[in-house]
Design a protein around this ligand. Sequence first.
Ligand SMILES: Nc1nc2c(ncn2[C@@H]2O[C@H](COP(=O)(O)OP(=O)(O)OP(=O)(O)O)[C@@H](O)[C@H]2O)c(=O)[nH]1
Ligand SMILES: [Mg+2]
Length: 231
Amino acid sequence: MHQTFDAALGINLLHANQAGADRNRAHFDNWGITCLNLMSSPGAGKTVILERTLASLSAEMKIAVIEGDMTTELDADRLRCYGVPVIAINTGRSCHLDSKMVAGGIHRLEHEYDPTTFDLVLVENVGNLVCPAEFEVGEHAKVALLSVTEGEDKPLKYPIMFQEADCLLITKMDLAPYLDVDISRIEANVRQINPDVTILPVSAKTGAGLQAWFEWVQLQVAAQPVLAVNC
Ligand SMILES: Nc1nc2c(ncn2[C@@H]2O[C@H](COP(=O)(O)OP(=O)(O)OP(=O)(O)O)[C@@H](O)[C@H]2O)c(=O)[nH]1
Ligand SMILES: [Mg+2]
């Protein structure tokens, strides 16, 4: 009895979240903004990748960040050094951003800036390999990160994140020579559940592979029609 109630509640929650995500995406579409949602376990390297991305791309496109963290603004403060708007959202006890929280971020973007001037919104989700993948926030593409220290089996053990991802960054490649990790095994395990995902091995420390990541981001931005309608 309890189980049925919980399942129904869960489905309603996800439906309500999806409706909110569709509204958020409609705002982004109206403003000609591409939104990417970065997700991973805690510490896989989301903020460092965002730092490298802002350093490389913010001269050629206008970027804002929505930074999800349970309690602090530590990551938001790191990213503010790059001179872009960073909207911090503290999720409290929640282990993921949901569409309602991101709607609050969009509201601030709309009222503190001119949203029609932005090309790209990068969302850093809360560090968690499960829940963020289930809660769309209105993104156009999902980016999962898996660091080489986490183990080849993670795509099989936590499949939803890897099923949902449009792009997978295998991070901290500079550490691979010091570990018993088989990168081709990670790739094979991911392809087993998501054959079409773009897989990019990168090291934010050495810069290896980052150019391919920047080009992937540029492609996503280029794919978004520029409508620039005020709404
Ligand atoms: N060696 C190495 N270390 C890295 C690399 N990328 C990130 N790190 C380190 O990994 C740690 C975590 O990086 P963050 O970027 O804070 O990770 P995160 O995913 O944003 O973490 P949360 O926001 O807490 O989930 C830091 O100590 C980084 O310096 C890399 O390419 N190579
Ligand atoms: Mg972070």
